[in-house]
Design a protein around this ligand. Structure first.
Ligand code: PEP
Ligand code: MN
Length: 383
């Protein structure tokens, strides 16, 4: 303990005071974090405050006074170059920004992530989310397929029949479409929800559809088995809170420029309302290259799984926007640990009212699914 403390203080001093190259800095940074972890585990600190070099005794006392007035017990570790204050107490009651603004504070390091309920610490086993009779997570794969938008009962019927035959276990179709242009097809609304529900029941498939407006949550809740929050609404906190208050499972898509932490914080909005049924979805993030619609961040899958117990699926359709690339990205997603794949399928893409260019034909979808089955088996996951 003492040795760690000394080493920690030493390295804190060296890294801040001297000029060292990047590689060396990474090594030292790792060492500091390692030592801090040891320090933390021996004291059960929730937050660590690193003070600026050269702070006076009265400034240290001031930091301690402020922190104690916020309800924390403190442990001060005074080094030759740096002083560290460990906080013991409930960190959820205080904003890190508030601690950072105390005079003399250089940095504040929370020990636990802010997305408490979504974190692996909160729930070390993978969560399994039930969507109707389909289980997602913990070795059970979601195979979600259907058109981008519900267009008509006939079209929905023919596509559902094809994807069901090919092996899909959840039917998708947008009734409320979040379109970039206000002049584009906006979806059939409630009529679309009814068509989707009837079609899902006909083929014995649970259904997923997007909600874009908190005022539509009761209707979507009534007709859907899984409520989708789209990329454009990932940080619509009113909408997240609303779906959190329903017990329906939520498919939360990653925002186009959202970090994984942003995504997990959005999941936390749903979980903190008492709805534990959240499935995360990697659907591509914005990039500069026009070769693909978005950049498929396949590393997000294992990275999310290292942080959270929530199931993670991939959507290679919106990630690539290209039917010729969807199969490879679907395989990669599953091999990277995804708990399912979400793909758009249309039996006549040229007539599709939204996202036609990225739709797989039913025959292409069937081929992808048969390969995904093999990959799933290889990794002990089935659908
Ligand atoms: C969709 O699923 O049709 C959709 C609009 O997805 P995203 O929010 O990922 O763009
Ligand atoms: Mn779409």
């Amino acid at each position: 303990m003492f040795a760690n403390q000394v080493l920690c203080e030493f390295f804190l001093a060296v890294t801040r005071e001297s000029s060292i190259d990047g590689g060396m800095f990474c090594l030292l940074d790792f060492w500091i974090r390692f030592c801090l972890c040891r320090l933390v585990s021996s004291w059960d600190f929730r937050v660590i405050i690193i003070l600026k070099s050269g702070v006076s005794d009265s400034q240290i006392d001031h930091v301690v006074d402020v922190v104690q007035s916020l309800g924390f017990a403190t442990h001060v570790s005074r080094g030759t170059f740096r002083t560290i204050v460990g906080l013991i107490g409930d960190e959820s009651t205080v904003a890190i920004q508030k601690l950072k603004s105390i005079v003399g504070v250089a940095d504040v390091i929370p020990v636990l992530p802010a997305y408490k309920l979504a974190s692996l610490e909160a729930h070390p086993q993978p969560s399994i989310v039930s969507v109707g009779r389909v289980r997602v997570g913990g070795g059970h794969l979601a195979m979600i397929a259907g058109p981008c938008a519900v267009e008509s009962a006939e079209r929905m019927n023919s596509i559902a029949k094809a994807v069901k035959t090919a092996g899909a276990n959840i039917l998708r179709g947008g009734a409320f479409k979040p379109r970039t242009s206000p002049y584009s097809f906006q979806g059939l609304g409630i009529d679309g929800l009814k068509i989707l529900r009837e079609t899902g029941d006909r083929y014995d498939m649970p259904v997923v559809t997007e909600v874009t407006d908190p005022r539509n949550v009761p209707d979507v809740n009534e007709y859907a088995d899984l409520i989708q929050i789209g990329a454009r609404n990932m940080q619509n906190f009113v909408l997240l809170t609303e779906v959190g208050q329903s017990q329906k499972p939520v498919l939360l898509k990653r925002g186009m420029s959202a970090t994984l932490e942003d995504l997990l914080m959005s999941a936390e909005y749903v979980l903190s309302q008492g709805n534990p049924n959240v499935i995360l979805c990697e659907r591509g993030i914005k990039g500069f290259d026009r070769a693909t619609r978005n950049v498929f961040d396949v590393a997000a899958v294992p990275a999310l799984k290292a942080l959270s117990h929530l199931p993670v699926i991939v959507d290679p359709s919106h990630a690539t926007g290209r039917p010729d690339l969807i199969p490879a990205c679907a395989y990669a997603g599953l091999a990277a640990g995804a708990d399912g794949v979400h793909m758009e399928v249309h039996d006549c893409p040229e007539e599709a009212m939204s996202d036609g260019p990225q739709a797989l034909l039913p025959s292409q979808f069937a081929e992808v699914v048969s390969q995904l089955k093999k990959i799933g088996q290889l990794f002990g996951r089935t659908f």
